[in-house]
Design a protein around this ligand. Sequence first.
Ligand code: F6R
Length: 256
Amino acid sequence: MAEIVIVKDTAEAGELAADAILALVARRADAVLGLATGSTPLGVWRALAGRRADLSRARGFALDEYVGLPDGHPESYRAVITREVVEPLGLDESLVAVPGHLGPIETAGEDYELAIRAAGGVDLQVLGIGTDGHIGFNEPGSSFESLTRVKTLTQQTRRDNARFFASVDEVPVNCITQGLGTIRRARHLVLLAFGEGKAAAIAAAVEGPVTASAPGSAIQLHSHVTVIVDEAAASGLANVDYYRYAWANKPEWEGL
Ligand code: F6R
């Protein structure tokens, strides 16, 4: 079962996730991080930047990317990762890959899988979750075995992401995303969610049936998952008392 940690705000969540990332990098300076974009992980990057750790040898793989934006578009995930993660954290940009940027789009999925495998796999994958339950850009119906590939965003995801563009019409229809199978191969999943809008998706991911209709429920098939949520995102969970009790009684040596 995933470990569920209920925090007071995004800053506390960021510090916790930063602890896990820094413990990993202290063990192996060239650890492989799985990087989510969007609003959710911003507190993690802020916390990490504040610790001033040397992350220059860490390697990174972004979860996903839009397909069809012009090169250098400020909302392309390549640009977002550079601006929000690589620069503030002092990562080496040449060690951070974003799907769709390694070669032609026709083979981009395969190329990305090969690159992840060549790096030895992802050690810690940071995840957000969409209001429709997607992780990465694996929309409802995605196979639990899926690997990196080009997909079509739901209208709900395009509307949710319209806040980063001038209008919803500018949000690309296609994307390339690590698959649920790719994400499940990462050694540690750290899923964050904040706000009431994520409550249903979190409840489905953590306590609902394991079903392709709720892509986040793929986390139930993984042996090392940490879910960090605020009270609002936790509000749909039935076993919340147990999660608080388990967290309060967690042996200190365990870490995340
Ligand atoms: C982003 C990603 C998506 C987002 C999700 C939530 O790389 O993979 O799954 O994590 O859409 O987005 P925010 O955090 O903006 O609410």
